[in-house]
Each structure stands twice: as structure tokens, then as C-alpha cells.
Design a protein around this ligand. Structure first.
Ligand code: ANZ
Length: 849
């Protein structure tokens, strides 16, 4: 029993905030410096969960902090409200996706208000509102005009369960990110955004984010973009006019190529097989059917037995004219590089495994027993000054031959069997061979990326209609700007069941339109956009959410953007963050924004787990946000979460003590209740010891919050409340000015974590403004000077020295200082210390016998 009605306090202050709107971001007349604080916006599937509780707590702590520091803070909220769950719920329960979505949004809004998050509620947006998605359509057309949105036919990831295509980023270990179904390949004509045009910038600009984004996220993005540097090499093909180009990161090994491999599921393989004679063609087709069963992940696994077929065709090595048999094998992927490789079995493990399986020649072209770094071997001298044979003690190349060991030689070494390259190091050989190929016109330096263009078409209803028209004569033209938005039709009459084609195609009236140029009948594009398009620029829409003439105000963007502090789960490390970075750069190139990175700093919060395991509906181990909120109130839940551990760490619900938090908040309220001095008391006259604790908080809290060490600040608040209680009960008493000073400090800092309690305290302390906007005080430097005390050092019972030491010194440090003191050392002379008794901070006693 705490004696305070937390729910009444909560309701009272939430009403006040709703009426007074203290967290509204300031406009043009606000001269304070600005901060843009943002938490990734929620998806409205059902109730908020503990992940949301953490996410919005942390962004709120930061937003409130900057307000207390005198900043004009923008802390908006919206809903990422298009997407599959609404549609699936609609299909399963016969609900309308529109109603389902907006009901959930209403429910989540209420929870966030009840949680006391200081959002600027005037800027709420929902991506499923036509007022929002109209600008997705604008964005699409802007990209289309610049050739950055285009259609192509290619094998795409297809989820047989959701009956829709997926972006590469949405395929996790070969499975659908949403439903876990095994993803298959299907050939379709789809819309893409040309993110690969931005690969270099997306990669290089990650350097700017070092130290400001989690290292893990930066690394994941680097790997995802996956830039490889090497060469494109053209091979003549017998009986074919066009050459085949391969990408290689090791063009230095070109003389070691003994065969060529093409991806069986590429057009190239089909074409080569078609001209290879009946037997070879049939062999190829049987193999292809088998390959189609495997996922990309399985195909690339190094421990998988190698399979493949000879295509009965030959390529010619451009540097030595050798005939290389061409095989089709599934370890080569159709959509990487050029879908074909020159196989160098001596120096590439996968090629070696294949060569050994099919008895193909293996030729060593790099002598890895040669210990050299440049073109000249490093020769060292022995004790007598004689040169040491650099190869001594090294196994002979014979013994290391991959044909014998089954291990490819991938290390550094000296080129052999390679004509003009012989004797060179790897680096020099790469440079030389690229120069030679370029000269001969048979190759060139090249880069390849893992990153693919972003497939954005979805065959689903609940998304932004693609604003394009397919004319009778086969043109595909944009819907004129004045006709935007292309609104979704009413779903009630539509069959939303996934059939592999967009349900919008079945909305006859909707899909029929006219050719904007000729007025002839035409059809709308029936697909909708990936919802990651919606979230790729939403942070800009918050800057002028009611804007009907443009997606966002460039002027406001200049003032607020980029986002200063962004927080969300690490599950968005690639998808959302990569897309937002890409769209920001595209908008920059179009002249709409003056910055190239959307989020200046990023934090990933840990997960809330239960007994060490991830919470999930299916495991039945969910701790429900709404239940906890109802049971303990917002403040106790917020304090308990903030106190449970560092932001980035996973927090076990076992360690989240709402009971402890409730008790602490009651203690804090009680001291505010007890303070009996007036607001204009003179602090300088108060109890010095308590004042020192207060001012240490003022000195440290800003840095601790900027370092997101929220739990440490909660601990410091607990310490201060205890110190106040002690002063009231057994010290200077409730009327002492230091008690008021300290309690005001608690209210102002506690506002980050427990805003309702803080407001209540602030009001008990006699103020009628909001504690949420009270500017924090500066620490008084004179109170930060450490208090010192005189310690004595005795040797065999006699005082030999005195030391001035900090009052908070520990035993170890005190003993160290005593031993180091010159007077002590003189008094000891040669005698060893046999015993030391240390009582910090006052006494050290050494015995020598
Ligand atoms: C010859 C060679 C010799 C290679 C050697 C490597 C080592 P990363 O680093 O991943 O970019 N490769 C090229 N296209 C491929 C495809 N579509 N499917 C599978 N493998 C492909 O790897 C580039 C290397 O992977 C290329 O360099 C090529 O093999 C292979 F000692 O060329 B290499």
C-alpha cells in the first residue's frame, strides 16, 4: 500500500496535457534550438506489446530530456497502417481491412496516451490515408521520370502462402519473413526501384555513421550491399557469336581456369544447351528440373555435394587460347555477377570440389609456399649474415597440391604457370592482367554487388495503388498528377483471397480507366506498393503532415531534418533503414532535401524476454502491455523498464520490478508532500551534504542521458530520494532549503521516466506549470568539489603521517596512498610491513613485527 492513487494521478495529468498541449513542437516564432526525436512507428496489428513499451519509453525519455535542456523538440507519432496482416485478418474473419486497421489504430493511440508519452499529437499520420499515400504515388512517379522506377521480367521470390512476391530483404534464410513459408522462384514482370544505382553511396556513406549507429547495423548493411571488386572477362564461345562475360575477384588466376560454369537457371544456360545437341540438351533439362527444387541458400552451401552437367560447348581463354569445357552447375547463381564463372579449381574451393567430383583438370597458378608480400621475395639473414632460404621449412608445393589435399590454395603467393604474370604477387598480377585485358579489349576492371534492385510490386489489396496506366497499344504511362491520389476502391465487394494476381484486377469499375493521352479505354496497374515504400520517407511527412500541395515542406525539412535520434528494433537493420537511406539520397538528388542521411543517430533497443526466451503468442509466454499498464499504471511500468538494464540489452521480465518501482514512486511523492519550505527559499542556506548529492545529479544526468544510460539515472534518483528522506527524518528537517532544492531536482529528472508522478510532485511543490517543460538547473561547481578528510597513518602504534583524502575513498585506495607516502617509507626503512589494518576514510595502521 503506497497511499497514493496512481490511476487518479495519471488521469488528472493526462487530461491536463490534452488540454494544454505542452508537447507540441514550436513553430517559426520559437527561437530555441531544435531536436527531432523519433521512434519507429507502430504497425497496427492488435494491441501494443512490450517491445513498443520499451521503444516509446526510450524515445520519450530522450524527447523529454531535450525539452528540459531548453530545446524545441519534435517527437511525433503515426501508424504504418498498410500491409498484409490487415488483409489476412479480413480474409480470415470476414472483416473489412479498413475497419480492422483503424479500430486497431484507435486502440493503440489510447494505450500510448495512457502510457504518458509526450508526443506531438497534432502531427499524427496513417500511411493508409489517401492524404498520405497520394505522396507515395508522387514519389513513385518522380522515380519513374528519372528512370529509377522501372518494370522488368525476372525470376522473383514468391511466397506460395501469401501469394505475393517478396523483396530479397523479405526472404529470411529462404523463407517468407512474414509467414515462414518456403519461398520459391517465379518469373514475373514487376516494378522495381533502382536502388543498385545508389550502391556505392549507400556503402560509402556508412562511414559517416560510424560511432553514431550501432556497429552491428552498419556491418549488416555493408554485407547486404556486398561490394566485390575485380574484373569482367570476356570469353569467346565456339559456335556462338556473342562472348560470355564472367565476373571474377581473382583475375590474377585467369591462367588457372580449366573450365567454365554457368547457372543452370539462366537464359544463357538454356541457350547454350539448345545448341548442344539432343543428348546434352535433354541431360541439361533433367538437371534444371532438379535444380528448381533447391533454394539459393542450399545452392550456396559449401558442404553440399556438387552437381552439374556438361553442356557439350567450349569457351576460349582470352589470355592463352585454351579450350575450356562449359558446364551448368547450381553452385553458380543466375542473378549474381553475370551468372557465369571461370572456374579455377586450384584456388577456389567450390570450383575444386566440382573439379574433383567430375574429374576436371586442376592447375596451380599461385605458389603459396613463396612467402612474399610484393614482387620481390623477402629475404632475411641468419646469425652469420647468410641469406635464409625463404622456402626452408615450408612444405613443397607438390605436397600442397589441391588435387592431393582437396584444399584450394587461397592464400598469398607468387604467380606461376601464368605467362607474363609469372613472379608477380597477387596484387600486382591483378593490376597487370586487368591492364592486359583492357588493352586487348577482352576485359576490364569491374565491381559487383550483392544488392539487387528493390522489387516493389505486391499482388495484394491493402497498399498504395501503383499510379500507372496500361494503354491498349502497350504503353505504360503515369496517371496525371491532378488525378492523384488513385484511391483504393471499397473492399467490401472484392474477393481478397490470394490468387497470385492482385485483387484490384477484379475491381472492374476501378481498374477500367482511360488513356491520359488519347482518351481511349485503358487499364490501371492492379498491383500495390511494398509497404516499405510508405516507411521510407514518413519521417519527412511529420514535418508538415497536413500539406495538400507537396509531400513535405522543404523549409520545415531544412529546420528539423535529419532525425537527431532514431530508435527501433534491430529487425529493421537492413530493410527499412536501407530503403529510407536510399529514398533520402534520391530526394537529395532531386533537390527536395539538403542532407543525404536520414537518421543522424540510431539506437536499437533490446528485447523484453521471459525466462531467457523471446516472448511470443505461439509460445504462450506473453506479458501483455495493456494488462501491466492497467495493473500498475504507466509510471511504475516505465520506471521498472528503464531501471531493468541498459537500453541495448535484452531485459528479462523477471528483472522488471513494477513493485519496486511503485514503492520508489510513492517515496518520491511522499518527500514532495513533506517539503514545507516556500518556493522562494534560499537554497544556498541548505544542508551541504544533501546539496552535494543534488548537484552531482545535475552534473551527471545530462551526460548519462546522452549516453542512453537511463538505468543509471534512475539509480541516482533513488539515491537522492533516500538522501532527502534521511535529511527530513534525522537531519535538518522538512523545512530545510536543501530538501526543497533536492525534491525539485527529483521532480524535474523523474519527469523523463515517471511524468505523471513528476507533475504531481511539481504541483505539490507549489508550481502550476508543467514539470515536463521545466528547464534543468546547472550544477553549482563549488558543490562538486569532493569533500576531503584527514586520515592518519600509524606504524606499530605511532602516528607517522597524515593524509588529505576524499571523504568517499575506499580502503584499497587509502592503503595505496599510505604505502606511497614518503614519510611512511622513511619511517619504515628496511622493515617489511607484516600486517595492515585499513579503516577508510580515517585510519591506516601498519605493523612490522
Ligand atoms: C575466378 C576465381 C578464382 C574466383 C579464385 C574466386 C577465387 P564474391 O567475393 O562473392 O563477389 N562468382 C562470380 N559470379 C558468380 C555467380 N553468379 N555464382 C557463384 N559464384 C560466382 O565472389 C566473386 C567470385 O565468385 C568470383 O571470382 C567467381 O569466382 C565467383 F581463385 O572467379 B571467382
Amino acid at each position: 500500500e503506497t497511499g497514493f492513487d496512481v490511476h487518479a494521478i495519471q488521469a488528472k495529468w493526462q487530461q491536463r496535457w490534452a488540454a494544454e498541449d505542452p508537447f507540441r513542437a514550436g513553430g517559426d516564432d520559437d527561437t530555441r534550438p531544435r531536436k527531432y526525436v523519433l521512434a519507429m512507428f507502430p504497425y497496427p496489428s492488435g494491441d501494443l506489446h512490450m517491445g513498443h513499451a520499451e521503444n516509446y519509453l526510450y524515445s520519450d525519455i530522450v524527447a523529454r530530456f531535450w525539452r528540459h535542456r531548453g530545446y524545441n523538440v519534435l517527437h511525433p507519432i503515426g501508424w504504418d497502417s498498410f500491409g498484409l496482416p490487415a488483409e489476412n485478418a479480413a480474409i480470415k474473419r470476414g472483416a473489412n481491412p479498413v475497419t480492422w486497421t483503424y479500430d486497431n489504430i484507435a486502440q493503440q493511440k489510447e494505450s500510448l496516451r495512457a502510457y504518458g508519452v509526450s508526443f506531438d499529437w497534432n502531427r499524427v499520420l496513417h500511411t493508409s490515408d489517401p492524404e498520405y499515400y497520394r505522396w507515395n504515388q508522387w514519389l513513385f512517379q518522380q522515380l519513374f521520370e528519372r528512370g529509377l522506377a522501372y518494370r522488368k521480367e525476372s525470376p522473383v521470390n514468391w511466397c506460395p502462402h501469401d501469394q505475393t512476391v517478396l523483396a530479397n530483404e523479405q526472404v529470411v534464410d529462404g523463407h517468407c519473413e512474414r509467414c515462414g513459408t518456403l519461398v520459391v522462384k517465379k518469373k514475373l514482370t514487376q516494378w522495381y526501384f533502382r536502388i543498385t544505382d545508389y550502391a556505392d553511396r549507400l556503402l560509402d556513406d556508412l562511414n559517416q555513421l560510424e560511432g553514431r549507429w550501432p556497429q552491428k547495423v552498419i556491418q549488416m548493411q555493408r554485407n547486404w550491399i556486398g561490394r566485390s571488386i575485380g574484373a569482367d572477362i570476356d570469353f569467346e564461345i565456339e559456335g556462338r557469336a556473342e562472348k560470355i562475360t564472367v565476373f571474377s575477384t581473382r583475375p590474377d588466376t585467369l591462367h588457372g581456369a580449366t573450365f567454365m560454369v554457368v547457372a543452370p537457371d539462366s537464359d544463357l544456360a538454356a541457350e547454350l544447351a539448345a545448341g548442344a545437341g539432343d543428348e546434352a540438351r535433354e541431360r541439361f533439362e533433367a538437371y534444371l528440373a532438379q535444380v528448381r527444387q533447391a533454394t539459393d541458400i542450399e545452392r550456396q552451401a559449401t558442404d553440399r555435394p556438387k552437381t552439374g552437367v556438361f553442356l557439350n560447348r567450349y569457351a576460349i581463354n582470352p589470355v592463352n587460347g585454351e579450350r575450356l569445357p562449359i558446364w551448368a552447375a547450381d553452385y553458380v547463381l543466375a542473378d549474381y555477377g553475370h551468372g557465369a564463372v571461370m572456374a579455377v579449381p586450384a584456388h577456389d574451393q567450390r570450383d575444386l570440389d566440382f573439379a574433383r567430383a567430375f574429374d576436371l583438370p586442376i592447375r596451380v597458378v599461385v605458389d603459396t609456399t613463396a612467402p612474399m608480400t610484393g614482387a620481390i621475395p623477402v629475404i632475411e639473414l641468419d646469425d652469420e649474415g647468410n641469406p635464409i632460404d625463404p622456402f626452408e621449412g615450408q612444405p613443397e608445393l607438390d605436397e600442397l597440391h589441391p588435387a592431393r589435399t582437396g584444399v584450394a590454395l587461397t592464400g598469398e603467393g607468387r604467380m606461376v604457370n601464368s605467362g607474363s604474370l609469372d613472379g608477380l604477387s597477387k596484387r600486382n598480377a591483378i593490376a597487370r592482367v586487368i591492364a592486359e585485358l583492357t588493352e586487348a579489349g577482352t576485359g576490364r576492371a569491374a565491381k559487383t554487388y550483392r544488392l539487387r534492385d528493390w522489387l516493389i510490386s505486391r499482388q495484394r489489396f491493402w497498399g498504395t495503388p501503383i499510379p500507372m496506366v496500361h494503354t491498349q497499344d502497350g504503353r505504360i504511362v503515369p496517371v496525371p498528377d491532378e488525378e492523384l491520389p488513385v484511391r483504393l476502391p471499397d473492399p467490401s465487394g472484392l474477393d481478397l483471397t490470394p490468387k497470385g494476381t492482385s485483387p484490384l484486377g477484379g475491381a472492374t469499375e476501378w481498374v477500367t480507366t482511360t488513356d491520359p493521352e488519347t482518351g481511349e479505354p485503358a487499364l490501371r496497374d492492379p498491383d500495390t506498393m511494398d509497404t516499405f515504400v510508405d516507411s521510407s520517407w514518413y519521417f519527412l511527412r511529420f514535418l508538415s503532415p497536413g500539406d495538400t500541395t507537396e509531400p513535405f515542406s522543404a523549409r520545415e525539412a531544412q529546420k528539423w531534418a535529419p532525425v537527431d535520434f532514431y530508435i527501433g528494433g534491430v529487425e529493421h537493420a537492413i530493410l527499412h533503414l536501407l530503403y529510407a537511406r536510399f529514398i533520402t539520397k534520391a530526394l537529395y538528388d532531386m533537390g527536395h532535401v539538403d542532407f543525404t542521411e536520414p537518421f543522424s543517430s540510431l539506437i536499437n533497443q533490446g528485447m523484453v524476454i521471459l525466462d531467457g526466451a523471446k516472448m511470443s503468442k505461439s509460445k504462450g509466454n506473453l506479458v501483455l502491455f495493456q494488462e501491466e499498464l492497467d495493473a500498475h499504471g504507466a509510471d511504475a511500468l516505465r520506471v521498472a523498464l528503464a531501471f531493468a538494464g541498459p537500453v541495448e540489452d535484452d531485459k528479462d521480465w523477471k528483472d522488471v520490478s513494477t513493485t519496486g518501482a511503485t514503492k520508489f514512486l510513492a517515496r518520491a511523492l511522499r518527500v514532495a508532500h513533506d517539503v514545507s519550505s516556500p518556493t522562494d527559499v534560499i537554497w544556498a542556506e541548505g544542508d551541504a551534504a544533501l546539496r552535494r548529492v543534488t548537484h552531482r545529479l545535475w552534473a551527471d544526468a545530462p551526460t548519462l542521458i546522452e549516453q542512453t544510460k537511463f538505468n543509471v539515472v534512475v539509480a541516482r534518483l533513488m539515491e537522492l530520494v533516500n538522501a532527502i528522506r534521511k535529511t527530513i527524518d534525522t537531519g535538518a528537517g522538512a523545512a530545510d532549503p536543501a530538501v526543497r532544492e533536492a525534491t525539485e531536482a527529483v521532480a524535474m529528472v523523474l519527469d523523463l521516466f515517471a511524468p505523471h508522478t513528476a507533475e504531481e510532485m511539481w504541483s505539490l511543490l507549489g508550481y502550476d506549470t508543467s514539470a515536463g517543460i521545466a528547464v534543468w538547473r546547472q550544477p553549482d561547481a563549488t558543490l562538486l568539489v569532493e569533500e576531503t578528510i584527514t586520515a592518519i597513518v600509524q606504524i606499530d602504534g605511532k602516528v607517522r603521517a597524515t593524509l588529505e583524502v576524499p571523504a568517499r575513498i575506499d580502503g584499497e585506495e587509502l592503503e595505496r596512498l599510505a604505502r606511497a607516502d614518503s614519510r611512511v617509507q622513511r619511517a619504515l626503512g628496511e622493515r617489511p610491513i607484516v600486517r595492515a589494518v585499513v579503516r577508510p576514510p580515517k585510519v591506516v595502521s601498519f605493523s612490522t613485527k
